[in-house]
Design a protein around this ligand. Sequence first.
Ligand code: URA
Length: 283
Amino acid sequence: MCCADVAGAMVCRMPDTLADLRALVADVRAALEDEALRGVVAEFSDEAPPEAVAVEASPRRATRPAVGGSWAKLADRAREKADTSVPVGAEGLQLIRDELGDCRRCNLCTGRSHIVFGVGDPSADLVIVGEAPGYHEDRRGEPFVGPAGEMLDKMLANVLGLDREEVHILNVVKCKPPENRNPLPDEVGACLPFLHRQIAAIQPKVILVVGTVALKALLDPSGGITRHRGQWGTLDGVPVMSTFHPAYLLRNPEGKRHTFADLKALGKRYDELGGRRTRPSPF
Ligand code: URA
């Protein structure tokens, strides 16, 4: 029996095999890394940092280029496979969740504690798409609840004036990849049709993708977030902004001024399109 208090969560598991033991060690390592990051979670300030004035979001509009490669193919296949004629709102989301069931469509099912389906207002005007659940998300079954989630909450609250309950938060894949690695193409391919259907059910006015994996899956299969961030793209007619992943910002706080500008541009568009809010925009 192996019990350890990892990042406030009691991990109690009997490793049967060497593979189990390796997975346990990887989980502990990921949790400790998350815990170390917690120490560097910095506030997104209520005021524009001076650099943000000079680094406005680019007004260029990006369309989805037709490029070769496996990302392009899997993105196209996912869209073909996704039956997006779902009922809107909570009813549609429940239907998709039921269809997902105890999903075994890729290998990630072997290492998960929970499927992390998504969270938030079922008819939110803003959808946020991240990459994949990490240690904390896997334990709780909810996206963005670790240090990267704290950062995301601050980005939402302090720059957009929105709480997580007012938006809807999703990931490209719904199960935790081992050792915090990026999801593999077949894993993304298995999960992506569900993501498209969730977005179709929610019918947001604006989408925010954070990080390269979500960018490639939804907007530009050959894209990289450093080059693409701050530009508008579209997904089935819905405007999409892309920016750095909150976990990247924890490690690279100098990127925050760019994300600040990207979120300001997003907030402006959100308000222009009549996005609902319970308190005034901070900007
Ligand atoms: N990073 C993500 O991309 N998604 C999560 O849910 C948590 C961390």
